[in-house]
Design a binder for this molecule. Structure first.
Ligand SMILES: C[S@@+](CC[C@H](N)C(=O)[O-])C[C@H]1O[C@@H](n2cnc3c(N)ncnc32)[C@H](O)[C@@H]1O
Length: 251
C-alpha cells in the first residue's frame, strides 16, 4: 500500500477542484437508491475521498460509513461530513459493516495504489454481498479500455492557490492507465511541489460482470449515473443482492 497516495496537497486539490463529479454522481445515486428499494439505512462509501457524497447521503437521511486508503482524504471527509463514520483502509481487506448499499464512486475499484486491489476485487464483491441485506445494492464506476490505445495526453487544472498537471497514458495491452501527477500548492510566499503516480487497472465490462455474478449479484452495466452520462470509457455497474429467489428488476 502506497502511504503517499492522495497526500495532503492532492487531497486538498481534489476537494477544491474536483468535487463536481461526486456532487453529480452522488445526486443521481441517491435518487437511484430511493427508487430501488433503499430509501434509508446504512450506505458504505468505498473510496469516499473528501466526503462530498457522504454529506449528501447524510442530508438525505442515510447513515454513512466511509472508507478510504488515504488518511488525508479521510481527514477532509471528517470535516465535510462530521456525522458520518470514517476509517482509513483498503477495500482489499477492510471489514465492512452490515449495510443497505455500498457505493464506490470515481474509478475506485480500478486503483492500484494498493497492489492487492485487482487480485482481490472478486473477494471484495463477495464481502460486500455478505455485508448487504437482501435487496441491498452495490453501485460503482470503473474505467474500461478504449480500442484506440495506446494513447497519451496531458491535463492541466488550476484553482485558488493550486495548480495541477497530469501526464496520462493508457496502455490497453497491459490494461493500465497511468497518471503522473504534479501538484503545486501555495504555502505562504512559496509554492510547494509534490508528485504522485497513480496506476489504474482498466477492467473490461465482461470481467466485472463475471466477478459480480460469481459473488452472487444480479447486475447491469451502463454508461451513466442516472442522467449523468460519464465520458467515453467510463462505465457504471449496478448490482443487487436479490431479496429472494424471485427477482425485482432495476429501474
Ligand atoms: C478519484 S478518487 C474518488 C473519491 C470520491 N469517491 C469522489 O468521487 O470524489 C479515488 C479514491 O479512491 C481511493 N482509493 C484508491 N484505492 C483504494 C483502496 N484500495 N481502498 C480504499 N480506497 C481507495 C483513493 O484514496 C481516492 O480517495
Amino acid at each position: 500500500v502506497k502511504p503517499n497516495a492522495y497526500g495532503k496537497d492532492l487531497a486538498f486539490v481534489h476537494h477544491d477542484g474536483f468535487s463536481a463529479f461526486a456532487e453529480r454522481a452522488g445526486r443521481e445515486t441517491t435518487r437511484f437508491l430511493r427508487r430501488n428499494g433503499v430509501p434509508s439505512g446504512l450506505v458504505v462509501d468505498v473510496g469516499c475521498g473528501t466526503g462530498v457524497f457522504a454529506k449528501r447521503l447524510l442530508a438525505a437521511g442515510y447513515g454513512v460509513f466511509g472508507l478510504d486508503l488515504s488518511p488525508s482524504m479521510v481527514r477532509l471527509a471528517r470535516r465535510t461530513a462530521p456525522r458520518a463514520r470514517f476509517a482509513v483502509g483498503s477495500f482489499a481487506d477492510a471489514a465492512l459493516p452490515r449495510c443497505d448499499a455500498a457505493i464506490a464512486m470515481g474509478e475506485v475499484v480500478g486503483y492500484l495504489l494498493d497492489a492487492r486491489a485487482s487480485r482481490r476485487l472478486g473477494a471484495f464483491f463477495t464481502r460486500v454481498f455478505e455485508a448487504l441485506r437482501p435487496g441491498g445494492l452495490l453501485v460503482f464506476d470503473f474505467l474500461a479500455p478504449l480500442p484506440s490505445s495506446p494513447r497519451a495526453w496531458t491535463r492541466h487544472e488550476a484553482g485558488d492557490g493550486w495548480d495541477v498537471v497530469a501526464e496520462i497514458s493508457e496502455d490497453t495491452r497491459r490494461a493500465r492507465l497511468t497518471r503522473r501527477i504534479v501538484t503545486f500548492r501555495r504555502a505562504g510566499r512559496r509554492w510547494r511541489r509534490t508528485s504522485e503516480i497513480h496506476r489504474v487497472k482498466l477492467w473490461r465490462r465482461e470481467e466485472i460482470s463475471a466477478l459480480l455474478s460469481a459473488a452472487g449479484f444480479e447486475s447491469a452495466i451502463g454508461g451513466s449515473y442516472g442522467s449523468f452520462r460519464l465520458p467515453h470509457g467510463h462505465l457504471v455497474a449496478v448490482a443487487r443482492k436479490l431479496p429472494s429467489a424471485g427477482s425485482r428488476n432495476l429501474r
